[in-house]
Design a protein around this ligand. Sequence first.
Ligand SMILES: *Cc1c(COP(=O)(O)O)cnc(C)c1O
Ligand SMILES: [Zn+2]
Length: 404
Amino acid sequence: MREYEVECIRCGARYSKDDIVYTCRKCDGLLDIKYDYSEIDTERVVKAKGEGVWKYRVLLPFDQETKPVTINEGNTPLYRCDRLAKSIGIDDLWVKHEGLNPSGSFKDRGMTVGVTKAVELGVKGVACASTGNTSASLAIFAAKVGFPCYVLLPKGKVALGKVAQAMMHGAKVFSLKGNFDDALRVVRVLCEEEKLYLLNSVNPYRLEGQKTIAFEVAEKLDWEVPDRVILPVGNAGNISAIFKGFSELKTLGIADSVPKMTGIQAEGAKPIVNAFKEGNSEIIPEDKPETIASAIRIGNPVNAAKALTAIRDSGGVAESVTDDEITEAQLMLARLEGIGVEPASAASFAGLKKLVQMGEIERDERIVCITTGHLLKDPERVIRICEPPKEVDADVDVVREMLK
Ligand SMILES: *Cc1c(COP(=O)(O)O)cnc(C)c1O
Ligand SMILES: [Zn+2]
């Protein structure tokens, strides 16, 4: 029996494993899953067999007997990127391409754990608000177990590939007249009242799955953690989860430090960057977040408190990048390393480039950028930022002439 507690990060209130609760009933604080690490055999982490998220099940909140709902998520490649590194004058750069998860984003890591928990709880259905990828992933896992799945998307603001996935896998999709923050506010009330299980990243079980990104990075680097991990920040669950993963490795004595967690937001949606720079512990929500990077177009990140702790406690930074910098980074990843990502994902490399230019990052640091979602998620934009195909006659001489 894996023992754990569900605990409020603000007031310490505890909730039982069978309780369906997302934020503290006493103080509205975020919840975290707490283990007794003295009971965990580190050999079973370091020598774990298998692949992906469930390889690390000794650090997940389930019994050994629990049957996971899985689509083989995780186990994504960590590429060494020398051409990209050279282009910005650094030595040791790696990119972990989370876009190569089954649904095309890291959300699958959270959903495999979240939906496995939903089955354990015996809920009747699942729901989420989404900028797209959460809904795509949840729709797949719901299909797998036959749960009704309801998703609320901000109208006109979701990339084509993501909506297509949610629809194709059988979710009931609503196009909400409002932004992501409005959608999350509405779905949270609906979940309470209609007894649906909420699978946004405010759900602490989801973050347990996502923390395995840290385990995979560390394992690939022979349990020597990198100096810095850089990733895009939207609702701020992933940066909190990855920090937790690295912190657990340190607590268990498997690693001796935690990487500097470095969060990148878009210029038009940067409440966490603002709070970080002003030294505040709380964010000021933004009413009209705007950026081409739709997956991080979020004005009121629900996990802000966890993310600010992750960044500050690890000695990291938060920085913002413009849409033009994001597009440039997206092209550089694609053309120097063959890594195809959606705009939000490219914020990680765009942020790295900017921080190197600012002198914030040492040139010899070992750096891992997380690219969170796949290029094909957003085909309309890809076509807009690239030169369109040239129309030619079916004639060798004509085509040869055009090669010049
Ligand atoms: C969800 C998502 C993000 C943002 O992650 P948070 O945990 O909300 O900060 C970034 N990029 C992509 C591609 C995503 O799908
Ligand atoms: Zn509390």
